[in-house]
Design a protein around this ligand. Structure first.
Ligand SMILES: [Zn+2]
Length: 242
């Protein structure tokens, strides 16, 4: 299995690892440990490089396969062999933008639940932009400015984020987690990673986040769409200045 270094340190940009298996057909390289985020929860996978004495291998993306992370190597150079020691380097500029964006999405969820009681049903993001779906019947044009002001207040409030890995039974006792549909977690998962924006939001989440909401920047609500009477989609962009 691959040790998921990003789960406990989202600021880790480079790391040492060993190649544990190679999948020639898909040009995949499995490592014993990785800081590459393998996509999930709406956050896309990282790219970057692996470097060994034999050369540098561009990593197109990482992907979770069972309890292993497969790093897809682009180009046609021969893949490193099993046992090779490599240094992994993630594309930090892109990843840090994704961390800011992912935290912005959780701020949006937290504020919309707190102020309007609306639950999130899904979401997706790219660097510095994202969309989230809510069961939010009362959303209308007039609320957009109000929401934008409220979420940026939480950026300025500089709330710290805390990440914990809890035993399943313990996580299931946290009332805030029940509303984010934690009960849909597969039976086999015995540990639940929990991401908390202190005083605002708490979710079961596998993604990478900034340490403080002040790192996010300005969150602009650019649009919203009705996906039926109840379901609404909100689009946001993250900008550098607050
Ligand atoms: Zn998330």
């Amino acid at each position: 299995m691959t040790e998921l270094l990003y789960q406990t340190d989202s600021y880790l940009q480079s790391f040492d690892a060993t190649v544990t298996s190679v999948v020639e057909e898909s040009r995949g390289c499995v490592l014993n440990r990785t800081a590459f985020y393998p996509a999930g929860g709406g956050q896309p996978a990282d790219n970057g490089t692996l470097t060994s004495e034999g050369g540098t291998y561009p990593v197109l993306r990482a992907k979770k396969v069972g309890d292993q992370v497969l790093h897809t190597i682009s180009g046609d150079v021969p893949l490193p062999s099993v046992g090779t020691k490599v240094r992994g380097q993630i594309n930090w500029e892109r990843r840090y933008q994704l961390m800011r964006t992912h935290t912005a999405m959780h701020i949006l969820c937290g504020v919309i639940f707190r102020d309007y009681g609306a639950s999130v049903t899904g979401g997706d993001m790219d660097p510095l932009q994202g969309r989230m779906d809510f069961e939010f019947e009362t959303l209308q044009r007039e609320l957009v400015d109000e929401i934008q002001t409220a979420i940026n207040k939480e950026v300025i409030a500089a709330r710290p984020l805390r990440v914990k890995i809890l035993p399943r039974v313990e996580a299931f006792r946290i009332p805030d987690l029940i509303r984010t549909k934690i009960n849909l977690l597969p039976e086999g998962i015995q540990q639940v990673r929990v991401v908390e924006i202190v005083g605002l939001d708490l979710q079961a989440d596998g993604g990478t986040h900034v340490a403080n909401t002040s790192e996010v920047g300005f969150i602009r609500v650019v649009d919203y769409k009705s996906k039926g009477k109840i379901n609404k989609r909100i689009y946001v962009e993250v900008e550098d200045k607050v």
